[in-house]
Design a protein around this ligand. Sequence first.
Ligand SMILES: NC(=O)c1ccc[n+]([C@@H]2O[C@H](COP(=O)([O-])OP(=O)(O)OC[C@H]3O[C@@H](n4cnc5c(N)ncnc54)[C@H](OP(=O)(O)O)[C@@H]3O)[C@@H](O)[C@H]2O)c1
Length: 237
Amino acid sequence: MSFITLITGGTRGIGFAVAGRLLARGHHVAVTGTTSSGAARAERALAERCGDPGRVLSLVCDVRDPAAVDLAVQTVVAKFGGLDVLVNNAGVGVGAPVSELPHDEWRRIIDTNLSGVFYCCRAALPHLKARGGGWIINLSSLASKNAFVGGAAYCASKAGLNAFSEALMQEVRHDNIRVSYILPGSVATGFSGREPETGADWKLSPDDVARVVEDLLDHPGRSLPSRIEIRPSRPPR
Ligand SMILES: NC(=O)c1ccc[n+]([C@@H]2O[C@H](COP(=O)([O-])OP(=O)(O)OC[C@H]3O[C@@H](n4cnc5c(N)ncnc54)[C@H](OP(=O)(O)O)[C@@H]3O)[C@@H](O)[C@H]2O)c1
């Protein structure tokens, strides 16, 4: 079965890996990023990899902007003829104690990781319903339940995302829309501008998380793995 999927923040990291896996399965995939250069680079790389540029679309869309989100969803529907799957992957985080966290950094984290997911779900739901059902898959984090010093805004945004996902799951399940949220542990990406560490082979790879998304979409209609935790099997002691 072929799906039409929109992945927010699919220009690199986990979102890019999800796009690669779904394209390899024959799906149509749109990815978003915040810059036209990043979006175009991702589209070229994904098209080259799957060998079918007609199934790939990249869009510039800051998920903090509800109007931009509405336009992105409409563009996907106009280009591919509908929407079946929304992967809310775009996310940011900085480490800073609360007493030193600037107001605009707090807003950037909450607006991207939580409000952005709301805007995307709100824009996508009518289209999922029009197709008779679909999936919403949210990228949360183990930090949502394992809070850490310096992570107050990030942990709060992801804990809020868990609650949002649980409520939405119950709200739309009878419309045949399945909502799942994934809680990865440490993943080897350049998350939020972080330098990739050397010697961090113990971390999950972005593709490990992408595989969870692919597996979810294979589940038969009667089953809904709603909350999935995935962690490195052998972290440093
Ligand atoms: N890496 C980890 O260890 C880890 C662990 C648990 C959970 N997660 C979660 O997994 C998700 C992906 O993380 P990652 O490590 O793959 O991150 P990443 O490598 O930093 O990639 C983040 C993606 O999100 C996009 N993005 C950032 N702000 C955005 C905004 N306001 N609007 C639209 N797109 C935006 C970026 O686009 P640009 O290219 O335009 O910047 C990029 O494509 C996040 O939600 C993160 O919280 C990550």
